[in-house]
Design a protein around this ligand. Structure first.
Ligand SMILES: Cc1cc2nc3c(=O)[nH]c(=O)nc-3n(C[C@H](O)[C@H](O)[C@H](O)COP(=O)(O)O)c2cc1C
Ligand code: SF4
Length: 636
């Protein structure tokens, strides 16, 4: 039996955890992760003790622990198995495998076994779309699940084999790089881009001089940083995390913002379902990522950097820390980098704990500060009021890689690649129905059709570009170009052949958004739940035209009143599939008239029989009040 009584905290071990993080409240998420590793969950006494040690209100510590999916306030089993639940995992048979594991271990999905040994459940996409279906066991990723691998996992759990003694090949994650261009092909020795940036300032003082006209009263930049910033601006590099903001302008705004300390944050949260390029960049090109961050620090005058790594990629943490340490030893991090007096910059790794919304840059900063990952009001933007309210650049992993290449080869070289409005190359994460899923690097402007041909996709019905928050296109649009001016993308490229039911694809995404809504603002919290319910109702063949209209009404509400991009984009996959694959919805609609989701009158039948009442007022009709009621409850 699971011991329900909270064990008393092991004070010495918790003290060691707190001490390892300098007893800093900003490290609360990391402290909770490490504390949880001691018992497999966070007992109430542990929360109380940590609150006491960090001098924080207990409610704050518990509130943070309760926010993140990978932190547990109740016992979760010594082995916690989570099946990745993206639509591509399902297409690869994840639900059958989950059932197989549950049957094999004699447990019910979502419950902890009676002996407290194991729990099995689902989680949002784990970033292994090219080797689906994937699972996490106590946070460790195991890709390419098959019935045989499920049986092997069940056996290891039954035998209570320590996770560190499980066969290494279970955890092997492949890179699956199928097309390389300037980024993946680049051979950059550690420090090369930095040396080029420093040398350019000395070589091209006149270009650096233009920095003086940025803003009145702001002191001129030293030549090296100014010339670096100038090259980034000339390159017209745009962020690879989704929004496509011009990187040079972001860096410049941060550089010129008033503040005592500047920060550089690498957004490696990579939570958008179907995206896994940052995983490969961090695994194989970590030096380039860190080089780009250091180039940024040089250009904006930052002294501290963070890599915010999604919890699902915990297996990358140790190698990344080793790369950081190696660069420190090589004087590529630390003080007086490459002998440049005053060029001081270091990087710390921060692990997320299972929250998609933490990819949003202001939520990410909140998480870095040891809080719940709730997006901030914007403006002010992180470039002026970021980490600890200081000027902060947040960029995607791929953006930093591109920045390092620009520092090395120059902005003119980079703007010669891609299209005028979308310079450079883009890494695509191809998954779903194709012969060769994996990473493909293309110059911007490449057509969807070209990618489909290269990855061996046949009889393709649809492509979901840039994940659930992106765009779903049908075959008529495969001539469109992957570029900010046509089809912008953060990288995900999910392929669906003509055997797939596009309604079910959209329903999976509706579940994703409802699950990942952080709940801070009512329109998104309730709106995404209503969307999910509408899709489930249609799935159950109980939908009507009224429900389809409701999706549109909810979209207007979410667009107008959501606090962050999650709410704004939650309806995208539904509207796109409705527009392009309407028959997939229509064949499920029971009628064109209103069909209630819940038969209220029927539910009251028993009460009527018991009371002997059958007059008109004993019969109730459901009122469809969702959108107006939600709107009435207002914004945050
Ligand atoms: C809900 C949500 C999730 C996001 N997730 C990520 C992410 O995982 N990685 C990322 O780089 N950007 C993500 N973004 C975008 C970031 O807020 C931000 O625009 C980006 O990190 C800036 O970097 P860039 O300019 O290099 O693209 C997300 C945005 C939203 C609204
Ligand atoms: S829109 Fe959704 S995810 Fe964003 S703050 Fe509101 S509730 Fe949270």
């Amino acid at each position: 039996m699971v011991d329900a009584a909270p064990p008393s905290p092991n004070v010495a071990r918790l003290d060691a955890v707190v001490a390892a993080h300098g007893a800093r409240a900003t490290e609360l998420v990391q402290i909770l992760r490490d504390a949880q590793a001691l018992d497999g969950w966070l007992p109430p006494a542990t929360i109380t003790y940590l609150a006491h040690r960090l001098r924080l209100p207990r409610a704050r510590v518990e509130g943070v622990a309760g926010f993140y999916a990978f932190l547990h306030l109740t016992p979760a089993g010594r082995y916690r198995v989570l099946f990745s639940d993206n639509v591509t995992d399902r297409m690869a048979g994840s639900l059958d495998l989950l059932d197989r594991l549950c049957t094999s271990l004699w447990i019910e999905r979502g419950k902890v076994s009676e002996d407290g040994l194991v729990s099995v459940d689902t989680t949002s996409c784990t970033g292994m779309g090219d080797q689906a279906p994937a699972i996490l066991v106590n946070g460790r990723a195991i890709p390419r699940m098959t019935p045989e691998r499920v049986d092997a996992v069940a056996e290891l759990i039954r035998a209570q084999v320590d996770l560190c003694e499980w066969p290494a090949d279970l955890f092997a994650v492949a890179d699956n790089v199928h097309r390389r261009d300037v980024l993946l092909d680049a051979i950059v020795a550690p420090g090369d881009a930095l040396r080029a940036a420093i040398a350019r300032g000395a070589r091209e003082p006149e270009r650096a001089g233009s920095a003086r006209s940025w803003r009145e009263g702001v002191p001129a930049l030293p030549q090296g940083p100014a010339a670096t910033l100038e090259e980034i601006k000339r390159s017209n590099l745009r962020g690879r995390g989704g929004a496509g903001f011009t990187t040079g302008l972001k860096w410049e705004a941060c550089r010129t913002a008033p503040g005592t300390t500047r920060y550089v944050v690498c957004n490696a949260d990579e939570g958008e379902p179907g995206t896994f390029k940052d995983r490969v960049l961090l695994a194989r090109h970590a030096d380039l990522v860190l080089e780009g961050m250091t180039v940024c620090a040089y250009a904006i005058g930052a002294t501290q950097g963070f890599v915010y790594l999604r919890g699902e990629y915990e297996y990358l943490a140790a190698p990344l820390r080793a790369t950081i340490a190696r660069r420190r030893a090589a004087n590529l991090l630390g003080t007086s980098i490459l002998g440049q007096r005053g060029f001081d910059f270091d990087v710390v790794l921060h692990l997320g704990a299972g929250a998609y919304v933490c990819g949003e840059e202001s939520a990410l900063i909140e998480s870095l500060e040891g809080k719940r990952g709730v997006p901030r009001n914007r403006p002010p933007y992180p470039v002026t009021h970021g980490y600890l309210q200081q000027p902060t650049v947040v960029n995607n992993v791929e953006t930093f890689c591109a920045a390092a290449l620009i520092a090395l080869n120059g902005g003119d070289w980079y703007r010669g690649l891609g299209t005028p409005r979308s310079t450079g190359t883009k890494l695509l994460c191809v998954s779903g129905d194709c012969a060769r899923p994996g990473i493909y690097e293309y110059p911007f402007g490449t057509t969807v059709r070209q990618v489909l041909a290269d990855c061996g996709a046949e009889r393709t019905q649809a492509v979901q570009v840039s994940g659930p928050s992106g765009t779903c296109i049908g075959a008529a649009e495969f001539g469109r170009k992957l570029a900010f001016e046509d089809l912008p993308t953060a990288g995900a490229f999910m392929v669906f052949d003509d055997t797939r039911d596009m309604f079910e694809v959209a329903r999976n995404f509706a579940h994703f958004f409802a699950h990942e809504s952080c709940g801070f603002c009512t329109p998104c919290r309730v709106g995404t739940t209503l969307l999910r319910n509408v899709m489930d109702k249609i799935h159950g063949m109980r939908g009507s035209q009224h429900d389809v209209d409701r999706i549109r009404r909810l979209n207007r509400l979410l667009q107008a009143s959501s606090h962050c991009g999650l709410g704004h984009t939650a309806c995208n996959p539904l509207l796109d599939t409705l527009k392009r694959f309407r028959p997939a919805y229509e064949r499920r609609l029971q009628s064109l008239d209103f069909e209630p989701a819940f038969d209220l009158d029927g539910a009251l039948a028993r009460a009527r029989a018991m009371t002997g009442r059958d007059d008109a007022s004993a019969h109730l009709a459901e009122v469809d009040e969702d959108a107006s009621a939600v709107a009435g409850r207002g914004q945050p």
